[in-house]
Design a protein around this ligand. Sequence first.
Ligand SMILES: [Ca+2]
Length: 349
Amino acid sequence: MFFNKFTFLLALLVFISSCSTCNNDKVKIAKWTSAIDGSTISSGSILVAQLQYIDDEQKIDSVVYYFNGSRISSSSTLAEPVKINTDSLKLGNYALSATIYKNKKKEVHIANITILSNIIPLPLEKTIGAVYPHNNQNFTEGLFFDNGFLYESTGMNGSSYICRYKLGSVLLEKLTQLPQEYFGEGSIRYDNKLIQLTWKNGVGVVYDATTFKKIKEFSIGGEGWGLTYDGSHLIMSDGSHRLFYLDKETYAITKIIEVYDNKTKVININELEYVDGVIYANVWMTEQIIKIEAKSGKVLAVINCAGLLTAAEIEKNNCDVLNGIAYNPQTKTLFITGKNWPKIFELKL
Ligand SMILES: [Ca+2]
């Protein structure tokens, strides 16, 4: 998260510097005609940035172009556009700037550009297989299979725990319990550890996965929402469009992936499930599960999960949102549920 603060401060600094130059000196030499501030570009496309003289008679001493703070080129004219291949760039926001020098004065132009996914998400209708009971006392925040058990972590102060059970049973074996002041979130098991995030308590809690004794807490620096594991890193969501890769020993952030479709970023990413290079994610307050390419953050498909429960079931059980995706490697299918839902649905892909 410090990356974003740093980038923001850098952009702010450049912005203040550019405005003071513009306002104080009232220099008006050029404007962007391509790569306009606030514009978007599809990943893989060539970003073409072109400045044009406002007055045709203007001449400059030089212009220096920067991309995200790094100098990329310079010229003595504005004749040639700057071209940036976005193919190897991550999705997200970038700051392109040009500093024009003329008669010992300078003029700075900034264009904030967002690289979007170049994939139109495939719309998928749900294909439901078997339906199983779900303990409707569970305010579901995390769900995963491990060694034949379905593990579930829950939220709400005083009711936050990790439990496990066999698919088909509502009899819970409670393994851990968070203190009253903690609101539990997503969870995962790996390397004989059980981890549960907290929502606004700023920590994740580590347990021994055999004795279920608490080992320690680690700082997550913000809100914790969903959690999954790709075999080498923990992957955490925080309700934004970002996915945070955490070192599995130190829990330090090693990488941030930003999730975009071909039109915009996808916010409110909640419970996660990593499966073979893709991450399935609940989008909070929707009845959609998105399929994300893990290496890029591109949304590959959107699964419409509307209408799983009847209105009577929702009212009777006081059901909250869809939240819970677990992949069963034995059946190669997903199992989905929601907060206080009475059912678990097998989702065939
Ligand atoms: Ca999960």
